[in-house]
Design a protein around this ligand. Structure first.
Ligand code: HMG
Ligand code: MG
Length: 321
């Protein structure tokens, strides 16, 4: 199959990227990070989670953060919601796009959200119904789609089963997560083929790769070869689930943008803007980020001139606020 000509980059840096950080990130710094991401051209920015603040203290400021997000034409800010309580909080804060999240195994899902997979589907049914009745955009994650930190390899049929049940509950997009970064391209092809054979339309499928073992970009190429056109990534390559031992950073947005630019696939995101946002969050977290393009730089897509990764972080005062 020909590669897609256009791809959606779904940015998870402010949510997945920050949820597992040891350093507390002030709300103002999160807002500036998100402003820089929108300025770089990202149109879908997963902003935060309305989960228990005890479960994820880093995102405990969700209620205060959401109403202060920069309103930019065409930019959507999905938020993670685990239950009806989270939905009410999200609605009160002004959300119009949500993502529910479960897993392919009970072992992980019980640790992550205190429910079995079946229990989570029962909880999500009214959450998704309400969100759709409000006209909101909806996504559902299936974590541990390639492997579970507690039970090992995951049978694709299990992933297909959870995927199709979420699709039947009305989630517009189903995102398959390699939570602990164990997948390889052959598995991506197998999983894509299995969910498509079960009846999921290609344009409702997205992939979320963690780069724990360095296979994330190879997995994106496999997804592209299958015709998938939405991929998650995190600017600066931060990320990891606190309830999945061994989970490391997400695929970095700068690495994904570099790949897509080189392949001539449209995505609407400027590499220099992403690098600026990565420098900013690296400065806030007081550590050097481990992304390839973040260290080596890349090319400006329009001019072909080198873009250096190094440089001072953008001023926290920003522009255009
Ligand atoms: P629980 O303890 O099992 O259940 O938590 P509970 O209903 O008994 O609630 C416990 C306490 O949380 C109670 O408060 C509730 O009121 C409160 P207490 O009585 O102890 O004071 N509570 C809430 N508070 C605020 N907002 C809420 C909410 N719900 C209950 N929405 C629960 C169950 C789901 C809440 C908890 O386990 C939780 O919040 N888990 C979130 C875990 C999480 O965010 N993990 C990371 C995201 S998933 C991920 O990273 C993977 C992904 O990136 C894809 C991939 O990589 O594969 C998406
Ligand atoms: Mg993740």
């Amino acid at each position: 199959m020909d590669l897609p000509t256009t791809v959606r980059i779904y940015e998870v840096g402010p949510r997945d990227g920050l949820q597992n950080e040891a350093t507390a990130v002030p709300t103002d710094a999160k807002l500036e990070f998100i402003r820089l991401l929108a300025e770089a051209g990202l149109k879908e920015i997963e902003a935060t989670s309305f989960v228990s603040p005890k479960a994820v203290p880093q995102l405990a400021d969700a209620d205060g953060l959401l109403p202060r997000l920069p309103q930019v034409d065409g930019v959507r800010y999905p938020v993670l919601v685990p239950n009806e309580r989270g939905l009410s909080r999200a609605e009160a804060a002004g959300a119009t796009a949500i993502a529910v999240f479960t897993g392919a195994t009970d072992a992980f899902t019980l640790r992550n959200i205190g429910m079995t997979v079946q229990g989570s589907l029962d909880v999500f049914a009214p959450v998704l119904a309400t969100a759709r009745a409000r006209g909101w955009w909806t996504r559902a994650y299936v974590s541990t789609a390639f492997g579970c930190p507690f039970t090992g390899r995951v049978d694709p049929e299990r992933v297909v089963d959870v995927t199709m049940r979420l699709a039947e509950l009305g989630a517009e997009e189903i995102c398959l997560g390699d939570t602990i970064g164990v997948g390889v391209p052959k598995q991506v092809h197998e999983l894509t083929a299995a969910v498509l054979a079960a009846g999921l339309p290609l344009d409702r499928l997205a992939y979320h790769f963690h780069d724990t073992r360095g296979t994330a970009l190879a997995n994106v190429v496999a997804g592209l070869q299958d015709g998938v056109s939405c991929f998650d990534s995190s600017t600066g390559g931060t990320g990891g689930c606190p309830y999945a031992p061994g989970a490391a950073g997400n695929l970095a947005t700068e690495d994904l943008v570099y790949l897509l630019d080189g392949l001539g696939i449209e995505h609407g995101v400027r590499l220099d803007g992403v690098l600026a946002a990565a420098r900013f969050i690296s400065h806030v977290l007081s550590r050097r980020l481990a992304t390839k393009v973040g260290q080596a730089g890349g090319w400006d897509a329009a001019t072909g001139q080198p873009l250096l990764a190094a440089g001072p972080p953008p001023s926290a005062a920003g522009s255009g606020r």
